[in-house]
Design a protein around this ligand. Structure first.
Ligand code: FAD
Length: 274
């Protein structure tokens, strides 16, 4: 497969998690990703392990690592400092997001939406970073409606985003329709589908409820029918996700971004089928 791929990791917090990420990064590097990205913990920039992890991925694994940077809860000064730090580390790509504050924490930062963060990065550090933003083929859960969500996506592009990565989904038609609608609005940047390989169905269901991604009924029913047959689930899930990837690539998706959850096997099982 010649389609560019990228892998998303989260910043480990314990020695055990760090060892797991090293193992995963080594295995996935062999797939020659374009870049890898590292998520950002919500709740303010100073609480994040992201910079250390990005530096580690550069230094130890020689991977082009793109930090996620989320603006909610952070001040202009904190975010400016973080951007300087990433520049000094040699980062040339960022994933710029609003983020989600833990429930109960009010809006305390200087920026309200990702658009303002993209504007800020362009204004203060123009030319230093390739900026990816998030987008939602099945509509962001807090959006007033699908049209408003698309208009807000366009605002991020107009503010200077170079590319977009979607929330994960299991319905290829939602992606194709979303891309058509985006193009009709004049959005020309690459829109790379985010792919969530399935390793733990209970966890996936929990994530999906929180982020507004739909698990189709047929898929949920088939997964449930496997019961404790872990091997059966693994094979079935990898077939389904690989089929989704193939459809997306055949339909013109410009790349595939894998949400790895710091595990290599579920992603490798999908890639092996492509
Ligand atoms: P925005 O683009 O700001 O949109 C958020 C909501 O506000 C949408 O409903 C939008 O329609 C609405 N909106 C936007 N502008 C306006 C406006 N002017 N007026 C009214 N409404 C508006 N979260 C993390 O905490 N850390 C991560 O590392 C992380 N990585 C992610 C990576 C990807 C690829 C994706 C798709 C999501 C990621 N998330 C991450 C989750 C993300 O932070 C949440 O989905 C968050 O709720 C929205 O972020 P956003 O950047 O899309 O927000």
């Amino acid at each position: 497969m010649t389609t560019p791929i990228s892998f998303e990791f989260y910043p480990p917090k314990t020695d055990e998690q760090r060892a797991q990420l090293d193992k995963t990064a080594t295995r996935l590097k062999a797939q020659s990703p374009d870049y890898v990205s590292c998520t950002f913990g919500a709740g303010g920039s100073t609480l994040s392990y992201t910079p250390e992890t990005v530096d580690h991925l550069h230094q130890r694994h020689a991977l082009n690592a793109a930090p996620h940077i989320s603006c909610v809860g952070g001040t202009r000064a904190e975010l400016g400092e973080l951007l300087q730090r990433y520049k000094a580390m040699g980062c040339n790509r960022l994933v710029a997001l609003r983020g989600d504050l833990p429930s109960g924490m009010g809006h305390t930062g200087d920026f309200r939406y990702a658009t303002e963060l993209v504007e800020f990065i362009r204004r203060e550090h123009d030319g230093c970073f390739h900026i990816e933003v998030g987008c939602y083929p099945e509509t962001h859960p807090q959006a007033d409606d699908a049209h408003a969500d698309l208009r807000h996506f366009k605002a991020k592009v107009d503010a200077g985003a170079d590319g977009a990565i979607t929330q994960y989904f299991y319905n290829a038609d939602a992606y194709f329709r979303f891309v058509d609608d985006a193009r009709a609005l004049g959005i020309g940047i690459p829109i790379v589908p985010g792919i969530m390989p399935i390793s733990n169905f209970t966890q996936l269901r929990r994530f999906s409820e929180a982020c507004g991604a739909e698990i189709p009924r047929w898929l949920a029913k088939r997964m449930q029918a496997y019961g404790d047959d872990v091997e059966g689930i693994r094979e079935f899930a990898a077939d389904v996700v690989a089929q989704l990837c193939r459809r997306l690539v055949d339909g013109g998706a410009p790349g595939l971004h894998f949400y790895t959850l710091n595990l290599s096997k579920p992603t490798l099982n999908v890639l092996a089928r492509l």
